[in-house]
Ligand binder design. Structure first.
Ligand SMILES: *Cc1c(COP(=O)(O)O)cnc(C)c1O
Length: 396
C-alpha cells in the first residue's frame, strides 16, 4: 500500500529498529509461572512478570474460575448498568472495599480504564489535579481526559508538590486531588505517602493512590502502600491483573459518594463490557488467599531480599529499595536489549526497558521477584547475570 501515512510509519518503525527501541514479543506456551515454556529445551525462569504472589497458575484460582464457568456462564454481553451485573460482581466489590478499608468499590475492565474514568467523572474546570511526573500512563491519560486544571510535581518531591498545591489554591481551585502511583513501577520506589498526606491536609486536597504494584503484598496484611506507611488515603485504584491472579480487571475504592458518582458517570464503566464471571470468581479467591495467611507475602519478601543482595554482591547498579521490582541500571538502550537477549539464551527471561517507557539514557533491566521462586531458581538466575554481566562489561 502506497500512502503518505504508511510511508511515515515505515520510516519511524525502521528508526526504532535501528536505535534498538523496537519491542518484540516472546511467545509463551505454558501457564504464567516461575518457569515458562518458550520453546527452549528447558523452561526459562521468568523474572519479568507482575505475578508477585505466584497466583497466576494457582490451583484454587483455576478451580474457582472453572466453577464460575459452570455456574455463571462465560460472558455477560452487557455493560454493568443494563444487564451485566451478577451477584458475584457486587460480592467482589464489597470484598475489595472491605479489604481496602473503604466504603465501597467499583470494578472496571482494567485499572487503565479505572484511571481513565476517574478524574473526568469527578472534576470540572474549577478543580485541579496535582500529579507526580512519574505516574503511570493511565493516570496521565485520565487527567488529560478531564477538564480539571493540571499541575505536575517532580517525582516524589514534597517541596515541589507544595509549590504546585499553593499554585492550585492561589488559582482558586475548588477541589484538589493529588494523584500518585503507590509504587513507581519502573523504579520500585514507594511514593512518600506520609508527606503527601500531611500536605493534603494543609491544602485541603484529596489523595488518590494507584496501588497496582502493591495491593496484595505491600504492608503486613497486603493492603498496600497506605498500610505500609500507616497513613490513610482517600481514593485507591488497583488491578486484578498483577498480584491478585494476574488475569484482568481493575477497580476504584473510596468514599461512598465518589463510587456512587462513578457508577453514574465514569465513561469506561458505562460504555464498556462487564468483567466475565471467571475473572470475578478468581478475584474473590485471590483475596481469600491473601486474607488467610502471610506465607506468600513473607516468601516474596524473603526472595526480594535474597535477589537484591545477590545482584549487589556481583557489582550491579541497582535502584535502592525493598520492593520486589528490582531494576538493574544499564543506561544504554541497545545494551539493555543485548543483555536481555543473552540472559534469555541462558534460560533467564527478563525485559530491557528503554525510551519511551523510561527516560532516554536510563535504560535498564527490570527484574521482578515473586513468591513462587525457590532459592535454587534465584541462584541459577544470579549465575546467569554474573556470566552475562562480565561478558558485556557491565560488571568486572
Ligand atoms: C499495570 C498498571 C496499570 C494498568 O493496570 P491494568 O489492570 O493492567 O490495566 C495502571 N497503573 C499502574 C501503576 C500499573 O502498574
Amino acid at each position: 500500500m502506497k500512502n503518505v501515512l504508511i510511508d511515515r510509519l515505515s520510516y519511524s518503525l525502521n528508526e526504532m529498529q535501528r536505535e534498538g527501541l523496537f519491542k518484540n514479543e516472546i511467545e509463551i506456551r505454558s501457564p504464567q509461572a516461575a518457569r515458562v515454556d518458550v520453546g527452549h529445551q528447558n523452561k526459562v525462569l521468568n523474572l519479568c512478570a507482575n505475578n508477585y504472589l505466584g497466583l497466576a497458575d494457582n490451583d484454587r484460582l483455576i478451580s474457582a474460575a472453572k466453577n464460575a464457568l459452570d455456574t455463571y456462564g462465560f460472558g455477560m454481553a452487557s455493560v454493568r448498568f443494563i444487564c451485566g451485573t451478577q451477584d458475584k460482581h457486587k460480592e467482589l466489590e464489597e470484598k475489595l472495599a472491605e479489604f481496602l478499608g473503604k466504603d465501597d468499590a467499583i470494578l472496571f475492565a482494567s485499572c487503565f480504564d479505572a484511571n481513565c474514568g476517574l478524574f473526568e467523572a469527578l472534576l470540572g474546570p474549577q478543580d485541579a489535579v496535582v500529579s507526580d511526573n512519574l505516574n503511570h500512563a493511565s493516570i496521565i491519560d485520565g487527567i488529560r481526559l478531564s477538564k480539571a486544571q493540571r499541575y505536575r510535581y517532580h517525582n516524589n518531591d514534597p517541596v515541589d508538590l507544595e509549590i504546585k498545591l499553593k499554585q492550585a489554591r492561589t488559582a482558586g481551585s475548588e477541589n484538589i486531588i493529588i494523584a500518585t502511583d503507590g509504587v513507581f513501577s519502573m523504579d520500585g520506589t514507594y511514593a512518600n505517602l506520609p508527606e503527601i498526606s500531611r500536605l493534603a491536609k494543609i491544602y485541603d486536597a484529596l489523595v488518590m493512590v494507584d496501588d497496582c504494584h502493591a495491593t496484595g503484598f505491600v504492608g503486613t496484611k497486603g493492603k498496600g502502600t497506605s498500610e505500609y506507611f500507616g497513613v490513610n488515603v482517600d481514593i485507591l485504584t488497583g488491578t486484578l491483573g498483577k498480584a491478585l491472579g494476574g488475569a484482568i480487571g481493575g477497580y476504584i475504592a473510596g468514599p461512598q459518594r465518589v463510587i456512587d458518582m462513578l457508577r453514574q458517570r465514569a465513561r469506561p464503566y458505562l460504555f464498556s463490557n462487564s468483567l466475565p464471571p471467571v475473572a470475578i470468581a478468581a478475584g474473590l479467591e485471590a483475596i481469600n488467599i491473601i486474607n488467610e495467611s502471610d506465607y506468600l507475602r513473607k516468601k516474596l519478601h524473603k526472595n526480594s531480599i535474597y535477589w537484591r543482595k545477590g545482584l549487589k554482591a556481583l557489582g550491579f547498579d541497582l535502584i535502592e529499595g525493598e520492593h520486589p521490582i528490582i531494576p538493574v541500571m544499564l543506561g544504554d538502550a541497545l545494551l539493555s536489549q543485548k543483555m536481555a537477549e543473552r540472559l534469555f539464551a541462558l534460560g533467564v527471561y527478563v525485559a530491557g526497558f528503554f525510551f519511551p517507557v523510561v527516560p532516554k539514557g536510563q535504560s535498564r533491566i527490570r527484574t521482578q521477584m515473586n513468591a513462587a521462586f525457590t532459592t535454587e531458581d534465584l541462584d541459577q538466575a544470579l549465575h546467569a547475570f554474573e556470566k552475562v554481566g562480565r561478558e558485556l562489561g557491565v560488571i568486572t
